[in-house]
Structure formats: structure tokens, C-alpha cells
Design a protein around this ligand. Sequence first.
Ligand code: BES
Ligand code: ZN
Length: 457
Amino acid sequence: MDKVLAYLKQNQQRFLAEFCDYLRFPSVSAQPKHKQDVYACAEWLVAHCRRIGLETRLCPTGGHPIVIAKTPGRKAESGKRKPHFMVYGHYDVQPPEPLELWKSPPFEPRIVGKTIFARGSTDNKGQNFAHLKAVEAYLKTGTPLPCDLTFVIEGEEEVGSENLSAFLKTNKQELDCEAVVISDTGMPSTKHPSLGYSLRGIMAFEITLHGPARDLHSGGFGGAVDNPAMALSQLLGSLRDKNGRITIPGFYDGVKPLTAYERKEYSRLPGSDAALQKMIGVKKLFGERGFTSSEQRSARPTFEINGLTSGYQGEGSKTIIPSWARAKITCRLVPDQQPEHIRKKVLAHLKHICPPTVRMEIEAGHGAEAYFVSPTGPKAQASLRALEKAFGCKPILTREGGSIPIVNQFKKILGADSLLLGLGLPDDAAHSPNEKFSLDCFEKGQLMSAYLWQELK
Ligand code: BES
Ligand code: ZN
């Protein structure tokens, strides 16, 4: 282990230069104009994995390719095998817009002190690169790895991992593993490294209210015709009461209540509501009564408008009754809610309250169950020891508010649980302008990964 640790220490500068190369690819999976850039990023990753000694291949899919990289020498006979783990990550990134809010261009990494700014730095290139560097340290120092590892780094996480499930099914035997290690979440602070044991699920849809066949003069018709934008605002506004509860009958069906133990663990989290309020720049926090903000953000379901469009959006004024109004909605779900059950309840309620003056159209979107795994097993304990060794303090257990839908498929198809060892910090600005990653997290993440294989063996 000493050689591994020394190698990591000696090579940080080069790692940082390589990390910058990785970040320079605008691998935006959602935007067709970046298809070639996504591909080029995958090719770079393949070349890089080969250079550090992994057996690597690029796997085309109907969408963006998947990178598979394996530690060499996995024995064929099961009796002689070492434990096998998958390390999952993604090289695709969210769109960088709005560009004018970036202090430096999103794909030109900028280092300020111990922080690196770039789209994809925390979500997820920095986090998966930390694991690659730890494995490089083993391979380049000739230190035997106690486990066989297969990296699965995909290019479609930010658009719903559409092609990964089929890939898991076709390559089930090769990917059969003890557990999946994922660093694609966060920790409360570097003094509070954490093992995540839950992720929220999601249910997405779009609602459009159609009014008049075309935009109308609001002077000539206003007063006698329903305004779809008003109707949509009223409809959506009625879905939340003053206590922050969603009013849709059945919306809380299946919600697993927090245990006393979990609430105690939540109370150990650092930070205050005042600090949170300041960090995100709101006047005052708002959430479901009876739960702390940390609980609201990870253990309770939500109904969010992600986009709202209607009428004239250009300069100046225009006096019309718009012909339609549309909202993009996602609900975050928690264990043990069923996305399709909640979808039914939500749609039934919307139909019920939709006024007869407009026509409602619903387009269903993606859905995924929440994830929950008991953090008491031996692999979770091994992860906690690796975190403690790397970060030098006692880790905590956390529920995560975001979603990684593919973890459910890891469980269903491969029977494997996921160990969520997030390296991001709360102010990393994932999906936002000026996304960043702490170089401290990058370095300690490498240590965590290096220790993890010793602890998991
Ligand atoms: N890394 C995030 C997921 C995440 C972030 C989980 C923070 C927990 C804490 C991932 O890249 C992501 O953004 N996932 C999407 C999934 C969605 C598109 C289905 C999300 O959560 O919005
Ligand atoms: Zn993301």
C-alpha cells in the first residue's frame, strides 16, 4: 500500500493536467450538435484507460458509446477468482447554458487555489477520474489489486441512461459482480464524508393546456375566453398547500417513514438553514412542515415545475390571450413509492380539476424508482472504513436527494447493490453555471478508492 500512496502523492500534478484534458471535451449528451464531442471524449477515455493498464473497449450503442475498462488477468475459473466489483460513472455532462453566467468558459478548466471550475468537474468526470487514478497507482507500481474491477463509464446518464439496461442484459455474465461502486453523489463537507444508502426516484411529464385555436387580441376577447396561462397557473398552484404538502390524493402513497435512527443521523449533518439560504440565494426557505430542510431534500417526495412556457416571451409587450400554456414537471419520489402508481394518481387528479374551458394534453416522460439499501452489511462497513482512512474523520450515513435511475437496473439485472461514495460538495454547482470540484476531494477520493479495494477484499 505504501507504494500506491507514494505514487498518488508524486503524480498529482500530472493527474491534474490529464483531468483538464478530460474536462475540455464538451461531452453534452443532450445536444445533438455535440454528438462528435461526446464520441471524442469516449475515445480519449479509452486511450487513457489503456495507457494506465486497463483492458479497454469502446462499446457503441444506439446513442452515445459506453467505455468498458477492466483490470487485467481476471481468472476464468470461479474458484480462483478475486471478488469482482463494478465502478460506474459517466463522462457525459449537462448543457452549460446559460453561458453568460460563467466566469470562465465551461470547457476551459480554470484552477483557483484548490478548486477547479468546469462543466462536468464534479458531475461526474472528477469523481470517476479519482477512481481511475487510484487503480493506475496499483497497476503502475506493480501492487496486486485485491479485487478485480470493471469500469463502466457511460455517455448517457444525464439523458436517462437509455441504452445501458440493454447493455447490462447482453453482458450480464461479464458484469456479474459483488457490488457497484459509484461516486456520483455528494458529501456534506470534507469533515463529513458519507456513505449514501438511498437515492430519490423520479417521475417526469409535460402538461399542455390548449385554449383558443390561435393567439387572440386580449382586448377584443379578454373576459369571455379562458386564458390557458391563467388556467395552468391556477391548476398548478392548487397542487401545494401552505404547509408545503402536495394536495394530490395518493401522492404520498408508499412513502417509507423515516426511522428514529435516521432522523438522529440527519441531526449530525453540519450546516444551518441560514447558511443554506445564503448559499442558494433565496429570501427564505420553504418546505413541507414537520421535516427539517435536509429531510425535505432527500427523504420526502416533491412536485416541481422545471419549465413554464406560454404566450409572448420577446421584448416589450404584446396584448394577447395565448393559445396554449405548457409546464415541464418532475416529481422526486422516495422509497417505496412506485413511479407508475404515482403517475396514475397525479394524472387522475389533474383530469379531475382541469376546467372545461381548456383541453388538457399530457405527455408522459421517464420514471424511476427510488433506491434504498441497508447500510449495515459488510460492504457498507468496508466503505465506511475506507472513507475514514482517506478523509481522517468518522463518516456519516446519508440519503441522497438526486436520482441515478440505473442503480435499480444494477439490482434487477445483476442482483448487485450500489455503494454510493459521493465526492461532491454541496456548493459544487452541479448542473449550474460555474460548476466546480474541490481538488481536496479529488485527492482524498483517490485515497478512498485505493483503500476501498483493500477493505472490500
Ligand atoms: N450526479 C447526479 C445525481 C445525484 C446528484 C444524486 C446529487 C444524488 C445527489 C446525476 O448526474 C443526475 O444529475 N441525475 C439526474 C437523473 C435524471 C436526469 C433522471 C437527476 O437527479 O436529476
Ligand atoms: Zn447530473
